[in-house]
Design a protein around this ligand. Structure first.
Ligand SMILES: CC(C)(COP(=O)(O)OP(=O)(O)OC[C@H]1O[C@@H](n2cnc3c(N)ncnc32)[C@H](O)[C@@H]1OP(=O)(O)O)[C@@H](O)C(=O)NCCC(=O)NCCS
Length: 220
């Protein structure tokens, strides 16, 4: 309680009563109503041949199945990038044998990709979804700001495709909000195509989506 009052006081000093009022209104609005949206993409793995150029190593190496090492790194990133380490994601990853691949430059972690099988926690939906047989799902891709712009992400995506193929999957999915151009381009360059657009809502405690995502995944 004390820290909440202190925070309000800090905002009031910095932004005045108008600023504080706007912040409180936004916070209360967020408790009543939230929405997010993304395009859902799929790539057909049966059409993949040998690893393409994006997967070829140069100064970075991609380590598949570095799950525990990646989790440790994600935990260290959490304060700055809250989406990197999400408890229910990690719990599902461990229970269902997900693969976290790491991109490393000079031995140091530079990026990761999370490849899910069986059951995956989807943050936009705030719940676990069950994947159909033969389907894998990339639920987060990250490149540290120091290494962005070097096309590490397309290489991580290429590695995820190989990984899903090795796990006997025929298709790999992901979902990306429309504002995230670097991410969209990374997946498009690896053959992903948009299958549908899904918007999710939370009104008070009631959640709903414009599309049943389990049905979407099953349709392919
Ligand atoms: C998204 C992300 C993983 C991309 O990683 P990256 O290795 O730096 O990707 P790059 O910028 O090298 O290249 C990806 C593509 O996006 C393009 N791109 C990058 N920034 C761009 C921008 N601002 N506008 C348009 N295109 C852009 C690049 O040209 C490249 O496309 P191309 O190969 O067709 O030329 C990275 O920005 C990131 O970690 N972001 C924060 C986490 C995140 O948003 N994850 C995705 C969740 S859906």
């Amino acid at each position: 309680m004390a820290s909440w009052i202190e925070k309000c006081e800090q905002i009031w000093r910095a932004e005045g009563s108008g600023g504080l009022g706007r912040r409180i209104a936004r916070h209360l609005g967020g408790m009543l109503w939230q929405t997010n949206a993304a395009d859902w993409y799929r790539v057909d793995l049966t059409a993949i041949g040998a690893p393409d150029a994006a997967a070829a190593p140069d100064d970075a190496d991609i380590v598949l199945d570095a799950t525990e090492q990646a989790i440790e790194w994600m935990r260290s990133l959490k304060e700055r990038f809250s989406y990197a380490y999400v408890e229910p994601e990690v719990a599902a990853a461990r229970n269902c044998g997900h693969v976290y691949a790491l991109a490393r430059i000079e031995g140091q972690p530079a990026g990761y990709i999370k490849i899910g099988f069986d059951r995956v926690y989807v943050g936009d939906l705030h719940r676990l979804i069950t994947l159909p047989a033969g389907t894998a799902f990339v639920y987060d891709t990250f490149v540290h700001p120091s290494f962005r712009g070097r096309r590490l992400a397309p290489r991580l995506v290429a590695a995820a495709k190989q990984c899903a193929l090795q796990h006997g999957c025929r298709s790999l999915w992901c979902h990306i909000p429309r504002w995230n151009v670097p991410s969209i381009r990374s997946f498009l360059s690896q053959g992903f195509e948009v299958r549908d657009y899904v918007r999710n809502f939370r009104v008070l405690r009631w959640r709903f989506s414009t599309r049943n995502v389990e049905r979407l995944l099953a349709q392919g």
